[in-house]
Design a protein around this ligand. Structure first.
Ligand code: NDP
Length: 284
């Protein structure tokens, strides 16, 4: 790939940012589509975000993606927000508009919904069970609503956070949101069509999720938002029991596509080649 003086530039802002797969992902698409552009990691400490964004905008960047810890701060800095960002209370994409304004979007919701659809998960009114009450869980509620969940049962280690999350997101969704105590997992699982893990339990370096899958009906699909490791203990157990499984890499790839389109003006495709490159990067 050759980068000319007219190259379109974008990047991912985080602190730290070295772990991010976004540079590999976007540079794969830049090569695949022959775009004269670059996408770089931007290590920006929390207290310097506003200043750094101003500098990037004035340097001609098209925009940036945001990762931990910047998603909520970027939400506050945006002049215009899409519906998904308003519902999530966070943005993972800031587009630098020519009039100097910042347009904030949240593509995590669309990313998870596309990943589930791509895996053939259709709920048609069936209940879904969601584990977690952090930022990822908030985006997951909107995605589950969009793939047709009639009811979303939210279980969180700290029960009060599940109730707060349900109240905050309820105005944005059609599905009924029901906080459920972790101890009532078996009853919540009995007739569900989909279980989504949006906790960080099971991530590399974290304890595995403490959950017995016996209560799930055989038809239930299981999705883990974690992609490091790609096959969590939860997904391994689910596969052994014959459940359809969806890993977190699909969400990561699909959430990036609208950002690429906004930065470079080309809608990219999620392909097996892209997945293979990211899997290789995760193994390394
Ligand atoms: P947060 O830190 O905001 O939330 C963490 C959640 O995990 C909380 O609900 C917390 O419960 C729960 N939790 C942590 N440890 C345990 C445990 N041992 N048992 C049960 N629950 C636990 O994280 P995020 O919401 O930002 O991210 C959650 C996960 O989603 C991460 O693994 C992240 O990598 C993944 N993710 C994947 C994306 C993708 O594109 N695939 C995108 C975004 C996130 P409590 O409230 O009780 O502390």
């Amino acid at each position: 790939m050759s980068i000319s003086g007219k190259a379109m530039c974008a990047g991912v802002a985080g602190w730290p940012v070295a772990h991010s797969l976004s540079p590999r992902l976007h540079n794969h698409w830049l090569r695949a589509h022959g775009v004269d552009g670059a996408y770089v990691p931007l290590a920006i400490p929390r207290e310097h975000l506003a200043e750094a964004l101003k500098g990037l905008r004035l340097s001609g960047f098209k925009g940036v993606n945001l990762t931990i810890p910047h998603k909520e701060a970027a939400f506050s800095l945006a002049h215009k927000l899409d519906e998904a960002a308003r519902a999530a209370g966070a943005v993972n994409l800031l587009i630098f508009r020519e009039d100097g304004t910042l347009e904030g979007r949240n593509t995590d919701t669309e990313g998870l919904a596309e990943s589930l659809r791509g895996a053939g998960v259709v709920l048609s009114g069936a209940p879904a069970v969601l584990l977690g009450a952090g930022g990822a869980a908030r985006a997951a509620i909107l995605a589950l609503d969009s793939v047709g969940a009639g009811e979303i049962r939210i279980l969180n280690r700290r029960a009060d956070r599940a109730a707060i999350l349900a109240n905050t997101v309820a105005p944005f969704v059609k599905a009924k949101l029901k906080p459920v105590a972790w101890a009532d997992w078996s009853a919540a699982a009995r007739d569900t069509g989909l279980l989504v893990n949006a906790t960080s339990a099971g991530m590399t370096g974290q304890p595995a999720l403490d959950l017995q899958l016996d209560a799930l009906p055989a038809r239930a699909a299981i999705c883990d938002l974690i992609y490091n490791p790609l096959e969590t203990a939860l997904l391994k157990d689910a596969k052994t029991r014959g459940h359809k499984t969806v890993d977190g890499l699909g969400m990561l790839m699909y959430q990036a596509a609208p950002s690429f389109a906004a930065f470079y003006g080309v809608t990219p495709r999620v392909t097996p080649g892209l997945r293979a490159e990211l899997e290789q990067a995760l193994q390394a």
